[in-house]
Design a protein around this ligand. Structure first.
Ligand code: APR
Length: 232
C-alpha cells in the first residue's frame, strides 16, 4: 500500500513557467484591483473588465508549459499515492502528469452558467465573451472562486489532509483562507515540507523548510521521499 503524499500548491509553483504570482512585486494584485476582477460585485459592476482579465490569463496559459517543479510532483507518483490540492486555476499540474489534482479556486479553462452553477463547460479557445450563454440563455462566467464566494472543495480537501502521511506546501504565501487553514488538518506526526524562496509562516510541527524555488526545492523533497520509499 503506497503512502499518501498531499500537496498544497499556490501561484509560486507556476512562477517558473512564466505565470505571475499574486503578491510578489509586480504580481497580479499590483496591476489589478482584486475587487474589480475577482469578486462577484466586480462582475456585476463591469462584466467586460472581468471577462477581459481572465481572457488575458487564459491566453497566456495556452503559451506556457509546466516547469520542473510540476514534473517533480508527477515523478513522486512512482512510489506514493499523491494528491495535489491547488489554489491555482491553471492546468499545469495535470499537463505535467499529476493524476489527482483538486482545484480549490476553480479552473481557468472552464466556464459556468450564471443561471445554473452545475452547468460547467470546458472552453475551446482562450476567449469567454459577453453573449456566450448556457442553453438557458444565461451569460457564462469564469469557473473561478472569487473572493467572498464559497470554496466547494474545502471539505474533501481537509479530509485528504487529515489522511496525509507526508505534506508538501509549495509556492503559496498561506494568506488566503480557507485554503491556508488546510495545514491544520494534517496529522502532527506527519512530516511536512515547505518549498518557497521566501520565509513562509506555517503554524505546523515537524516541518522542513526548503528555501528554494519550486524547480530545485521540489527535486530535493522528491529525492528524499523516493529514497525513504526505496528503503521500505
Ligand atoms: N517557486 C516557489 N515559490 C515561489 C516562487 C518559485 N519560483 N516564486 C514565488 N514563490 C512564492 C512566493 O514567495 C509566495 O510565497 O509563491 C508564493 C506566492 O504567493 P501568492 O502570490 O500570495 O499566491 P497564492 O498563495 O497562491 O495566493 C492564494 O490568493 O489571490 C488569491 O485566489 C488567489 O489562489 C490565489 C490565492
Amino acid at each position: 500500500m503506497k503512502k499518501k503524499v498531499v500537496v498544497l500548491s499556490g501561484a509560486g509553483v507556476s512562477a517558473e513557467s512564466g505565470i505571475s504570482t499574486f503578491r510578489d512585486s509586480g504580481g497580479l494584485w499590483d496591476n489589478y484591483r482584486v475587487e474589480d476582477v475577482a469578486t462577484y460585485e466586480g462582475w456585476l459592476r463591469n462584466r467586460k473588465l472581468v471577462l477581459d482579465f481572465y481572457n488575458q490569463r487564459r491566453k497566456q496559459l495556452l503559451e506556457v508549459e509546466p516547469n520542473a517543479g510540476h514534473y517533480e510532483l508527477a515523478r513522486l507518483e512512482t512510489a506514493y499515492d499523491v494528491h495535489v490540492i491547488t489554489q491555482n486555476v491553471d492546468d499545469l499540474h495535470e499537463r505535467a502528469g499529476s493524476q489527482h489534482v483538486m482545484h480549490l479556486h476553480g479552473e481557468l479553462k472552464k466556464a459556468r452558467s450564471t443561471a445554473d452553477p452545475n452547468y460547467i463547460i470546458e472552453l475551446d479557445g482562450w476567449e469567454l465573451n459577453e453573449g456566450m450563454t448556457c442553453p438557458k440563455g444565461a451569460q457564462l462566467r469564469p469557473h473561478i472562486v472569487w473572493f467572498g464566494e464559497a470554496v466547494p472543495m474545502i471539505e474533501p480537501a481537509a479530509e485528504l489532509c487529515a489522511g496525509a502521511d507526508y505534506f508538501i506546501v509549495v509556492g503559496t504565501s498561506l494568506v488566503v483562507y480557507p485554503a491556508a487553514g488546510l495545514v491544520n488538518h494534517v496529522p502532527q506526526e506527519s512530516p511536512k515540507y515547505v518549498v518557497d524562496p521566501k520565509e513562509v509562516y506555517a503554524p505546523i510541527h515537524n516541518v522542513t523548510c526548503v528555501k528554494e524555488p519550486a524547480s530545485s526545492g521540489l527535486k530535493k523533497v522528491v529525492d528524499e521521499l523516493l529514497h525513504i520509499a526505496s528503503r521500505k
